[in-house]
Design a protein around this ligand. Sequence first.
Ligand code: SF4
Length: 359
Amino acid sequence: MSAATPAERDDAQFASALLAWYDHHGRKDLPWQRERTPYRVWISEIMLQQTQVRTVIGYFERFVADLPTLADLAHAGEDRVLALWSGLGYYSRARNVLRAAKLCIERHGGELPRDIDGLAALPGIGRSTAAAILAQAHGERHAILDGNVRRVLARFHGVRGWSGRPAVQRILWEHAERHTPGHRVADYTQAIMDLGATLCTRSRPLCAECPVSNACIAWRDGLVGELPEPRPRRAVPTRATAMLVVVDAHGRILLERRPPAGVWARLWSLPESDAAADPAARLESAYGIRARHVRTFDAFVHAFTHYHLRITPRLLASAGPEAAIADGADHAWFARADLRSLGLPAPVRRLLETLEEHR
Ligand code: SF4
């Protein structure tokens, strides 16, 4: 047997230091760790994309309580899935888990594929998420490279450049592959994600407590604040809209369904009008609803990845009586109690809750 090279020894030391740290400090009682089925690991991994663990826990528990198996999910309506996701944001993730579940029923015998390529080909599951599912649900050796791991490895190895660039990605994947051990891979996967989430955090990382600080290049060279390098800046445009909270004589609120593509696709939301336009005219022309403008509230800004949306809430009272709206129409009146069970965009839900508190 040939002796390990210095690089191999370094990689093994990284993994063993991380596993020893995980044994003392890692998170071992998260709901998706208790019963590590591929389905539960998958749902948790998708929810954890761009979202912190403490936010995900409640959503995850409600989701798997309501839809405990992949088959339950595949047969659920989109509205039900969106309602369970409501408030978690990035709703394309919810649509993708539904599409992926249906594909598993149609093409993979009702199970998530066991091979990494088949799994990574499903909607919303890339290479890293597929690897995390196989590592955590089946203990298979696969490297992961989610946002937390990218940050840890960019700092540990002093990797320059924005990690969205293919050349930088390639370097980070090579490091990720080399460090992944052949044993305890599920624990290692959780450990490196935990390190990124708890110590090697975006701002103010706790390097003094880090199990791999003795070999970390960013720590040694004073580059912790500079790495990973951010996406090159570009101006984010701001758009403006008015959201119309239209209340009828019974206290019901008018909602309209968003178009099937674009932001908040197919979610129920408030009708909107041009920020400077007469809101009553928009309602009358779109829906034949006559309403009186009661009040305009202070505008607030909601940040999307590619632009900021400046939202001016306007309260209107319908002049009623309201004509019946056909089932299946793209707008409807909803009692306040029914709003909880709808998939609403997070800022719309917050706005309605704030207005409710002011009533
Ligand atoms: S020493 Fe600091 S920068 Fe380096 S891996 Fe640890 S926490 Fe991250």
